[in-house]
Write a protein that binds this ligand. Structure first.
Ligand code: SF4
Length: 200
C-alpha cells in the first residue's frame, strides 16, 4: 500500500523529500488556500508523479481550497476545479496521461507573477527569499550559500538544486553504495524519488 495520500503529503515525513519548487508551491497553497492555474498544474502533476492517486488528489485539493475562513464551498470547488484535477490524471477532455514537468519544461513556462508560485525558485525567488529558504532547509554555511548563489548567477538553476540535494543528503550519500554516482537533478520527481531511495 502506498504511503502517499492526502494526509501524508503535508507531513515532514514526506515533505522533506520535496525539491524546493514542490515545497514552495505546497507551502503557499496551504497558506493561501488557493493556487493559480500554472501552480496547480505544476504541483498537481508533481504530486501525481510521487504517487498521489486521483481520489486522494481530489481530497487534498478540495480540502485546501475550502478550509479555514475561505469562502470557497465544496460545490464551487467541484464546479470550478475538479475538472482541472481530473484532467491532470487523463480522466477528462483528450484523456492524455500528462507527465509531471521536468525542470526544462518548468523553466520554459512564463515566470510567476505576483501571487503565483510556479516556476523554479532558484530562478524566481529574490536572493533574500532564496537564502531564507535555504536556511530553512538547514543550509547555513556561508561558503555553501555563496556556491549556490554563484550557480544561480550563471543561470545554472538545476546545478544549484543538485548542490542543495547533495548538501541536504550528505550523510545518506556518504553511506550509500553508489556514492560515486554524480546525479544531476533535472526533474523534481527525480529529486523526490532519489531522496526517498536514500532513506531506505
Ligand atoms: Fe524544481 Fe528543477 Fe528548480 Fe530543482 S531545479 S527547484 S527540481 S524546477
Amino acid at each position: 500500500i502506498s504511503d502517499i495520500n492526502s494526509q501524508s503529503i503535508i507531513t515532514p515525513t514526506i515533505n522533506k523529500h520535496y525539491p524546493l519548487c514542490g515545497s514552495h508551491l505546497q507551502k503557499n497553497l496551504i497558506l493561501n488556500s488557493h493556487l493559480k492555474y500554472q501552480g496547480r498544474q505544476q504541483l498537481g502533476l508533481f504530486l501525481k508523479g510521487i504517487g498521489l492517486n486521483i481520489d486522494e488528489a481530489l481530497k487534498f485539493w478540495s480540502f485546501q481550497f475550502t478550509k479555514g475562513s475561505n469562502t470557497m464551498t465544496m460545490e464551487k470547488f467541484n464546479k470550478e476545479y475538479k475538472y482541472n484535477i481530473r484532467h491532470q490524471y487523463g480522466l477528462e477532455g483528450a484523456r492524455t496521461n500528462y507527465k509531471p514537468w521536468d525542470c526544462a519544461t518548468i523553466l520554459l513556462k512564463p515566470k510567476p507573477s505576483k501571487g503565483e508560485y510556479h516556476g523554479c525558485p532558484y530562478r524566481d525567488l529574490s536572493l533574500d527569499n532564496l537564502v531564507h529558504n535555504l536556511n530553512e532547509m538547514g543550509i547555513n554555511n556561508n561558503q555553501d550559500i555563496n556556491g549556490i548563489i554563484e550557480d544561480v548567477g550563471k543561470n545554472d538553476y538545476t546545478i544549484a538544486c543538485t548542490k542543495v540535494f547533495e548538501l541536504t543528503h550528505k550523510q545518506q550519500l556518504e553511506k550509500s553504495s553508489n556514492q560515486a554516482e554524480n546525479l544531476h537533478i533535472n526533474h523534481p520527481n527525480l529529486y523526490f524519488d532519489r531522496s526517498r531511495q536514500l532513506e531506505k
